[in-house]
Design a protein around this ligand. Sequence first.
Ligand code: 4AD
Ligand code: MG
Length: 433
Amino acid sequence: MDGRYVHIGRLLAGGFEDGEAAIRGWIYRTRSSGKLCFVTVRDSTGVLQVTVARGSVPDADFEGAKRALIESSVQCSGTVVKDERAPGGFELRAASFTVLGGSDNFPITEYRSEEHLLNYRHLWIRSQELTRIMKVKSSALAAAREWFSQNDFYEVTPPIITSNSCEGGSTLFELKYFGERAYLSQSAQLYLEAMMYSLERVFALTPSFRAEKSRTTRHLAEYWHLEGEEAFVGNQENMTLQEELVSAMVTGAARRNPEELRALGRDPSELLGMVPPFKRLSYGEAVKRLRDRGAAFEWGMDPGTNEERLLVEGEEKPVFIYNYPKEIKAFYMRENPDDPRTYLCADLLGPEGYGEIIGGSERETDGDRLVERLKAQGSPLEPYQWYLDLRRFGSVQHSGFGLGIERLLRWVCKQEHIRDTIPFPRTINRVYP
Ligand code: 4AD
Ligand code: MG
């Protein structure tokens, strides 16, 4: 911050008592009575009460403070005074108070419906709740990048506009591309596989798009996808990398943002306990567990929200379910040599019923099998020629995974709805603002 100004968070940490300080930010609350205005100012680090008294500031400053509505941007200076009654234990007694940008009547008041808050998302984004979540998200992403870098991964930048589907046609967003047909990426995986041949370990953080036609609390039409791809790695080692990554992200967030997490209702010490290993259940074991717990679940079925909740009951940490039946998974996975009905793959389920956070697998290296599966699912082969080429030039065992950032944040920040883990949610019925 510009040397003349101090962040409120630093000021509240102490050491400024009875000294002069200047802050800037936005009016969070304000009330005035006669010769005194009590203005609570927020910046990115905290809130501070500022007392503006007639006579202690130039008259124009006092009038400005009195008239300024909430969300006006302001800068002020004065003396820092310890005051137990003030939020945070300190207040600033103003010697100057300048309104930088005035504010109209703020459209978000005490009464607010969900719909109203979503319509005014561009303003509601300033709320303490969303600010906390965005801070935790930033920390989790920083921790992820740190982990990838320590584990010899290169960050790469795959395309978002693609000519083929990765996860099946039913959730594809189609777009006109100079007279041709193209799609918004569902996953960077196929491109990461191509880049793995030179860099061995790659990762990318990109938006992924899914035209999810159902309204749920865990699906977005646009989400942030953190994907890794690793040469010379099999399915079990792939899971080991994933649990280390998840652990680094959630413990990193807990260390950087304990206060924000507590305010969101998440005890940071729970997150600090998320250390490897995570339990691994085969799909077969999962079927048995579900049946033992009373579900009418048959081998071959795809576990839904309720089954995922039942599977992690009594578990404190995330749980891997590995080697699913082929019919319920994507075409690119490697067939399990010990049980050809299944693929070498795994989903990581969050605790407390938050559901799937990661989907990953070892990849099929046999080009002929890939062709057969693409044909079987009715996909045209031309758009996949480049991908099939990868099996013709130095194919090796490799694995990868995709982590839904908002799915992880929903769990970490204890959010009912996934939309509050992304600033501008895109869902089936919303693309504004
Ligand atoms: O399980 P998915 O579909 O797997 C893939 O896309 C692989 N190609 C990834 C890879 O191996 N590189 O999606 C991966 C993750 C899911 O586990 C989930 O966390 C998240 O992406 N996800 C969504 N998040 C929010 N909204 C949606 N509609 C999502 N669909 C998937
Ligand atoms: Mg999946």
